[in-house]
Design a protein around this ligand. Structure first.
Ligand SMILES: [Zn+2]
Length: 143
């Protein structure tokens, strides 16, 4: 499986470089930590990632992943792990967004802790919880 990053337009070239650098340094570790903590395996299909300015999305069923350009480096890292984590989920068609995130958080949190420590994980939980009530509820249910 390859993860292929591209910028939606010129203005995101800087952010693209940062995501690519993160992936070169962390990609293998991220994949193996997610697989270990979820007990699932990525399939071998390449993942297309578009860097843009908007809400980050995992993208599935042939759609590319979309990642926000303006995050700090740490939030880029944490969010990349989050969105890749969604790619391990199956049969989510009839699940609500809250249910999807409750399922994800069970292995996302230990993956963040394993990779970057508890402080990093707790900051990501805080950041996500401040985004929407759905995220907040998903994390409240986990904690
Ligand atoms: Zn998500």
């Amino acid at each position: 499986m390859q993860v292929l990053f591209e910028a939606q337009s010129e203005e995101f070239i800087g952010a693209l470089g940062e995501y690519k650098e993160i992936w070169t340094l962390e990609g293998e570790k991220i994949i193996s930590a997610l697989e270990k903590n979820s007990g699932k395996k990525f399939n071998t299909e390449d993942i297309q990632v578009i860097i843009y300015e908007g809400i980050s999305r995992s993208g599935r069923e042939g759609r590319p992943m979309m990642l926000r350009a303006s995050y700090t480096r740490d939030v880029k890292l944490g969010t990349l792990v989050h969105e890749l984590g969604h790619r391990l989920q199956t049969n989510t068609k009839d699940m609500t967004s809250l249910e999807v995130h409750m399922e994800l958080n069970v292995y996302l949190y230990p993956t963040w802790v394993e990779l970057y420590g508890e402080e990093f994980a707790d900051i990501m939980v805080e950041i996500e919880s401040s985004r929407t009530d759905m995220y907040k509820e998903a994390w409240n249910t986990y904690k």
